[in-house]
Design a protein around this ligand. Structure first.
Ligand code: HEM
Length: 238
């Protein structure tokens, strides 16, 4: 039987794992958004970006497996911490009074498990749609032979208002998740002192808005643009 001390240790370990994987996933989210934004330059820019990443070959598979491991470890540790906290509340090990100014309870923090589970379900659908989407081929200037036409998959998806609406809704939930997740991840790995904590809390809000808006403008742009192939230039072309 495990002692309370051991339980405490293991729950700290889970929180640390959750924070560490969370920080690494924040880096992934930023890189992913940067790649997505190439669509605003036009079809060739997005397909060129996809061709460049896919040219990594075996290294890309290693990176993707690492990424899958990160998502999995993040989800499993989060669910486990949530269950521990719920069990502790039920057995009244913790006094349920407010921690006052120290407490960073927000709607975002209270709904982390829900937004996290929705994002996990989204991720499975998302990979099926885009990562393992149809193998359309197209030419790419300056590239011998044809390349994977990722742009076509994205346009085919977001010309449908249902997919655009669904993605926009999920990106709002992503914003909620990041609003708490950003500062909480740094807190869990012990990177915040009392001076840095309010700064990280505010930075979390800005980060969440920038990422959520950055992601959700893509489906809206594709849905509305008369010629998404030409990127933002297509919006001003007569
Ligand atoms: C509007 C929102 C989003 C759009 C339009 C989008 C678009 C894409 C596209 C086009 C790909 C395929 C890239 C390729 O295989 O080269 C992709 C892959 C991926 N996306 Fe997204 N994405 C969005 C949001 C997200 C979010 C919020 C997450 C994470 C929570 C995410 C996680 C992933 C992952 C893990 C991959 C696979 C990366 C790889 O295997 O290389 N995406 N996404």
């Amino acid at each position: 039987m495990s002692t309370p001390r051991f339980q405490l240790r293991s729950s700290i370990g889970k929180k640390l794992l959750n924070g560490l994987t969370g920080v690494l996933l924040l880096l992934f989210i930023v890189a992913h958004l940067a790649g997505n934004l190439t669509i605003f330059v036009g079809k060739d820019a997005l397909n060129g970006y996809a061709a460049a990443t896919h040219s990594l070959g075996a290294l890309l598979i290693v990176i993707e497996l690492g990424l899958a491991g990160l998502f999995l470890a993040h989800a499993v540790s989060a669910i486990s911490v949530w269950r521990d906290n719920r069990a502790a509340r039920d057995t009244r090990y913790v006094v349920s009074k407010s921690k006052g100014a120290q407490s960073k309870q927000t709607l975002a923090s209270r709904t982390m498990i829900v937004t996290g589970l929705v994002l996990l379900a989204f991720l499975i659908l998302h990979l099926w749609q885009f990562r393992f989407g149809p193998d359309h081929r197209t030419a790419l200037p300056g590239h011998a032979g044809d390349v994977w036409d990722l742009h076509r998959i994205v346009v085919d998806t977001f010309k449908d208002p249902i997919w655009t609406g669904l993605y926009v809704a999920v990106m709002v939930l992503l914003g909620f998740h990041l609003r708490h997740g950003f500062w909480s991840a740094f807190q869990s790995i012990g990177a915040l002192n009392p001076k840095l904590r309010p700064l990280a809390f505010s930075a979390g809000l800005i980060f969440a808005i920038v990422i959520a808006v950055g992601f959700l403008v893509l489906p809206i742009f594709v849905y509305l643009a008369p010629d998404p192939n030409a990127g933002v230039v297509g919006l001003v072309k007569p």
